[in-house]
Ligand binder design. Structure first.
Ligand SMILES: Nc1ncnc2c1ncn2[C@@H]1O[C@H](COP(=O)(O)OP(=O)(O)O)[C@@H](O)[C@H]1O
Ligand SMILES: [Mg+2]
Length: 372
């Protein structure tokens, strides 16, 4: 798209040109006036200083005329050369600046129309332009990333919802057709699917809140020992039912944290849930707490399935599951660890996963700033 025609005098190039011509005009005029006022007098004086034979008025007049003609000619030529130079320089500058501005302008229009891949090539036109262009490009790539995440979230979400909705639909149809009855088994199955949808909705809203840094948090001073106690209490029965041993190694030395009790409990609950899901009877899970002067360490280590190295960097991504079919069958939506990371980061902490590979167990470590 071509830029709308600007009034002639409003164009940046014309303004720069006019400014240059104005400066030049003032300079030339000053030189002219000064030369006119002082030149002839000085020259005349010098002519009279000549001692041997008196030159006479005719000679003096010609000499004066010669002087006048020469300074006027040289000034005129200088002025013409300067004018030409200023026009050339002005036009060159105007073209360069207008070229850059047009590139930024058309990239901005593309971004406004949703094409976030638009970038402005960096040119050598001074620091201000380079800064403006790199700020623009940064903005475009941020938008690009947000858009990418948004699209993926939507398609992942649709994908996650499809299975439970299809299952519910199938059962309802069978019941309507009289193939299946409203027996407890069918109702339980239906309930499981709606529970899954409910959990999905809650998880997704929690994650989007967290990622927009709008997670509501009630900040309290929390004792690490208490946090561990609560998590153990919650996990105890499901661990016992699956015959997985839950070991507690609370060695925080009375450390306290500043944060939201429920959210931090949720971190441990999610990690303990995952550990239970990826272990079998006879396996062992250890919930540890430790501290140094500045940091509290919380970890959950299991002797279960483990994670292959290529999957480790992705575990905290939304909807990421190592074994899609098996993990989904276990009821996981793949957002648990995303929530863990969001909550930990909202507390200025860090979380990481380690594993020596499939069959060798997994270790999740959370580090949080110690409050006392
Ligand atoms: N303790 C663990 N052992 C092995 N794999 C794990 C463990 N915890 C998480 N994972 C892997 O990381 C994936 C993401 O975990 P999470 O975000 O909690 O999703 P999910 O809803 O599947 O539990 C899981 O699907 C699983 O493949
Ligand atoms: Mg999970």
């Amino acid at each position: 798209m071509m830029p709308a025609r600007q009034p002639w005098g409003a164009r940046l190039g014309v303004r720069i040109l006019l400014a240059a011509v104005l400066v030049l005009g003032v300079g030339a005029l000053t030189a002219w006036v000064v030369a006119l006022a002082t030149g002839p007098a000085i020259f005349h004086e010098h002519m009279l200083m000549v001692e041997t034979p008196n030159p006479g008025p005719e000679v003096v007049r010609h000499a004066e005329e010669a002087f006048d003609a020469s300074w006027q000619l040289s000034l005129l030529l200088a002025l013409i050369a300067a004018c030409l130079a200023s026009v050339l320089v002005g036009a060159f500058l105007a073209r360069r600046i207008a070229g850059i501005l047009n590139k930024v302008r058309s990239a901005a229009i593309r971004v406004a129309h949703g094409d976030y891949g638009a970038r402005v090539p960096e040119g050598a036109m001074g620091a201000e332009f380079t800064e403006m262009i790199s700020a623009f490009n940064r903005m475009a790539s941020e938008l690009d990333e947000t858009e990418h995440t948004r699209k993926r979230l939507l398609s992942d979400l649709a994908h996650e919802m499809r299975t439970p909705v299809a299952t519910v639909d199938g059962y309802l149809e069978a019941m309507l057709d009289g193939v299946a009855g409203a027996d407890p088994e069918t109702l339980t199955m239906l309930r499981e699917q709606t529970d899954r949808l409910k959990r999905l909705a809650e998880d997704v809203s929690l994650v989007s809140f967290a990622e927009e840094h709008r997670l509501s948090m009630e900040t309290h001073v929390i004792s690490v020992a208490e946090l561990i106690g609560v998590a153990q209490g919650q996990a105890h029965s499901s661990y016992a039912a699956k015959e997985v041993t839950l070991q507690i190694a609370e060695d925080s030395g009375g450390a306290v944290l500043l944060g939201d009790r429920d959210r931090l409990s949720q971190v441990l609950t999610n990690l303990l849930d995952n550990a239970l899901r990826h272990t079998g009877p006879g396996d062992q899970v250890t919930l540890r707490a430790g501290s140094d002067s500045a940091t509290v360490f919380l970890s959950v280590e299991d002797t279960g399935h483990g994670v292959a190295p290529e999957h480790l960097p992705h575990l905290f991504e939304r909807f990421y599951r190592v074994d899609t079919a098996r993990d989904r069958a276990h009821g996981g939506s793949g957002i648990g660890l995303t929530i863990v990371r969001s909550i930990v980061e909202a507390h200025d902490g860090d979380v990481r996963a380690e594993s020596r590979g499939p069959g060798h167990g997994t270790l999740f470590t959370v580090e949080l700033p110690r409050h006392g």
